[in-house]
Design a binder for this molecule. Structure first.
Ligand code: RIB
Ligand code: CA
Length: 297
């Protein structure tokens, strides 16, 4: 993940609905030192200090980094002042080392959610092909069948690292791809700000302040609400039935800079490993999201 406001909300919903084994931070919305620090801050404020955060890629596989400071601010989580002291500077194993240990020690299949550029995922699996069959489900927030957000053609995560996105999508891993086609339908309404405050917790105050900022800066915010992209990836992992899916083989543009990161359907097949979300039951999704947040925080 690359927290990022929607990543932060997605992390909280994941904590309330899944067993989160750990977090790897990746560059994207901000530089990876900031996204790692932001993930730790959210976990610590939520009293999940035991969940480790491992710093991953500080740049895409083969390109310079493009960040989204215009959306998430210079800290990556602008809007709220984190007053807790940051975790001691014990530097846990970096992402690649931690992932190898986890995959080696975890006997079962692995479920992985990626809510930023796919650089950490690609870098790890390129060096550890033996683990590919162990991935039962990889749920990715990324891509767009129709209109992009960072350019008219590309979604941000796929734009930042199109090489990683293309490679991961070509490995035959069972992927649920949650792109802008559904995240732009599920808009968090402005009354969410008061609902966050009604939690009566510091997490509620944090979410209020973060999303008061995000509503003003997310370019696709409209009076009806703001996209919370990454939270839908968590929703897809836990409740795939909230979504309509198409099984497709995809490619991602890496050569033509104008179309960089654009996702294209090569073919549609019942045997395709990748399922792309083409619709979402917005009411059921948000009913579940609010229930998880109220229950968890
Ligand atoms: O395009 C939306 C994606 O880019 C989300 O993951 C958001 O956090 C940014 O990383
Ligand atoms: Ca993200």
């Amino acid at each position: 993940m690359d927290p990022g406001h929607d990543d932060a909300l997605a992390l909280l919903v994941a904590l309330a609905s899944l067993k989160v084994k750990g977090v790897t931070a990746v560059c994207g919305n901000q530089t990876v030192d900031k996204t790692a620090r932001n993930a730790r801050r959210v976990l610590d404020l939520a009293h999940y200090e035991e969940i480790s955060v491992h710093q991953g890629a500080d740049r895409p596989l083969f390109r310079p980094l493009v960040t989204a400071a215009h959306v998430h601010g210079s800290s990556g989580l602008d809007g709220y002042h984190f007053h807790l002291r940051d975790r001691e500077k014990t530097i846990p194993a970096d992402a690649q080392q931690w992932l190898e240990c986890e995959f080696t020690q975890e006997p079962g299949d692995i479920a992985w959610i990626a809510t930023g550029p796919l650089t950490n995922v690609a870098a790890f699996l390129m060096g550890h092909r033996e683990f590919v069959p162990r991935i039962k489900k990889l749920t990715v927030m990324g891509g767009a069948l129709n209109h992009g957000n960072i350019t008219p053609y590309a979604e941000f995560n796929f734009y930042v690292d199109p090489d990683a996105a293309h490679w991961v999508l070509a490995q035959g891993i069972p992927i649920q791809l949650v792109g802008l086609d559904v995240t732009h339908k599920a808009l968090l309404a402005p009354d969410a700000l008061e609902r966050f405050v009604s939690f009566g917790s510091e997490i509620g105050l944090m979410l209020h302040d973060l999303f008061a900022f995000y509503f003003k800066h997310e370019p696709n915010a409209v009076p009806q609400g703001v996209p919370v992209h990454d939270v839908l990836a968590v929703g897809a992992m836990v409740h795939p039935e909230f979504f309509a899916w198409r099984r497709v083989n995809l490619t991602v543009e890496r050569c033509d800079e104008k179309y960089r990161g654009q996702m294209t359907v090569v073919s549609e097949s019942a045997r395709a490993a990748t399922q792309v979300a083409v619709d979402v039951d917005v009411a059921r999704f948000f009913e579940w999201m609010w229930a998880m947040l109220a229950n968890g925080f």
